[in-house]
Design a binder for this molecule. Structure first.
Ligand code: HEC
Ligand code: HEC
Ligand code: HEC
Length: 395
């Protein structure tokens, strides 16, 4: 009767009191009688289904991030059991993942949002489940589906998060075919324009050539990832990388600009730089492992060839430096290399730790790659890190 679920409970009760005949009349004439206080007025039928409360102000960008590893976005513990719909996936053999992975929306619906009709139509991610692109469901239906049918409410997501997800589903999905040629996996865009966008927004963390952060246990560069899975890359560009400092570009970049950026990313080198070393045994005969790189045992050519705390003098590593840092040069290096993005402008920390009292040797170890760190700075010298120490200790 007249879409009764759109009418609030009390109004419905009033309806019942007024009687079934009036209701039928309303249905026949398409007129809705709303009782406001004592006054009953006739109006046009209401617009189609009301959105769930809060939907208008929900954040599609956050919803897109939640489409990925949502537990990293909202700081929950990753699920350990399989998603309730996993056991019923039409294809039970291709995708053998279990546990948390089965809870990522993308695992069932794909990075192209097309499920079995898209990139996950074959291969080790195939589940046979349909996509969500072009869904005709209402915001309320999608909210209920995610919260209840899909079990995300019980799994710990708050209503606000589920509203964000519904907003993403309805308003921020794109047809990936607009910027990716599904057959060749090539981004459709102008690599030249993409270069400017990359240098301005990505190079600070990923390096000018996309090799500063490596994926899949250090085997894949950003360029390699863009070639291999352009659908994932477009999603990460638009919605960020959960649990990291990488910002989302949903608002800042248009969809064609994402295509340009992707095209440029695909032009970058695919192979990581030559592997470093952790012990002398990793190096060729006659070489030693110093600061993560194999160098000739005999000597050095630059300070970077020497152990932390040493400098290269006349081809030999000697203890040195010792307080020879330049405060201004240290600040300049800190700024130029984007350290502030993660450690804060005053080095008191943010994404990364407070590094105000770090020594040159410790900084060198991080930036040269000898010790694990979010970024490396190719060509960093002992002098650079002494300058940094001088600046940091001046704070
Ligand atoms: C374990 C697999 C699986 C996961 C994970 C999953 N879904 Fe689904 N989803 C399904 C299945 C199966 C259907 C179709 C079921 C149905 O129509 O009731 C579906 C249907 C949908 C639909 C309706 C599509 C339409 O055609 O109208 C939406 C929207 C949706 N899912 C969104 C999500 C979101 C958002 C997430 C993550 C928060 C998610 N799904 C996670 C399996 C999954
Ligand atoms: C503030 C630093 C920062 C900026 C700026 C940044 N990223 Fe990232 N990005 C990261 C980190 C950290 C990761 C996660 C690395 C990891 O998983 O080991 C990441 C991951 C990624 C991934 C996902 C890799 C995967 O595992 O799926 C892609 C794609 C990516 N970045 C592309 C870009 C592009 C393109 C830009 C510019 C629009 C950009 N990033 C800007 C820090 C950044
Ligand atoms: C993409 C984010 C990111 C950027 C950019 C970044 N760092 Fe870090 N850094 C981290 C994180 C996260 C940690 C803490 C985790 C770890 O130890 O790796 C860290 C740790 C460190 C440490 C060790 C501190 C300790 O508590 O042990 C030093 C030193 C450091 N960073 C220096 C730098 C310098 C100098 C720069 C700029 C050249 C820089 N970092 C740029 C994320 C970043």
């Amino acid at each position: 009767m007249l879409g009764s679920k759109k009418i609030g409970e009390t109004k419905l009760d009033t309806f019942r009191r007024v009687g079934v005949r009036l209701g039928t009349l309303c249905g026949v004439f398409g007129i809705l009688f709303v009782c406001l206080g004592a006054q009953c007025i006739g109006t046009q039928p209401p617009p189609p289904p009301d959105n769930p409360p809060g939907f208008e102000n929900a954040d599609a960008g956050s919803g897109g991030a939640l489409y990925d590893e949502w537990w990293a976005v909202v700081d929950l513990t990753a699920p350990t059991t399989d998603h309730p719909l996993w056991a019923a996936r039409p294809d039970q053999t291709s995708n053998t993942r279990t546990g948390a992975a089965t809870w990522r929306c993308k695992e069932c619906h794909g990075w192209d949002y097309k499920g079995v009709e898209g990139a996950y139509g074959s291969g080790s991610h195939r589940t046979g489940i349909a996509g969500i692109f072009g869904t005709t469901r209402s915001a309320q239906e999608i909210f209920d589906l995610i919260k209840t049918t899909h079990g995300y409410g019980a799994a710990g997501l708050a209503d606000a998060d589920i509203l964000d997800l519904a907003k993403f589903v309805l308003e921020a999905q794109i047809d990936t075919d607009d910027i990716i040629d599904a057959g060749s996996k090539a981004f459709i865009g102008l690599a030249n324009s993409g270069m400017g966008i990359f240098d301005a927004n990505c190079a600070v963390c990923h390096g000018a050539d996309g090799t500063q952060l490596l994926f899949d246990e250090g085997t894949v560069t950003l360029g390699g990832l863009a070639d291999d899975n352009p659908w994932e890359v477009q999603h990460k560009i638009r919605f960020g990388q959960p649990g990291t400092a990488m910002p989302r570009q949903l608002v800042a970049l248009t969809v064609p600009e994402v295509g340009d950026l992707g095209a440029y990313a695909q032009s970058l080198v695919d192979a990581p730089p030559p592997a470093g070393c952790t012990a002398d045994a990793d190096c060729a005969a006659g070489q030693v492992c110093t600061n993560g790189e194999c160098v000739d045992e005999a000597g050095c050519t630059v300070d970077g060839d020497c152990a932390a705390g040493q400098v290269c003098t006349a081809g030999v590593c000697v203890a040195g430096g010792g307080g020879g840092g330049d405060v201004a040069a240290g600040l300049a290096f800190y700024t130029a290399n984007g350290c502030a993005v993660c450690h804060g402008a005053d080095a008191t920390g943010g994404i990364g730790s407070n590094i105000q009292s770090e020594s040159a040797a410790s900084i060198f170890a991080r930036l040269s790659g000898a010790e694990t760190h979010a970024i490396t700075v190719p060509g960093v010298t002992e002098q650079n890190t002494q300058d940094l120490e001088a600046w940091l200790s001046s704070l």
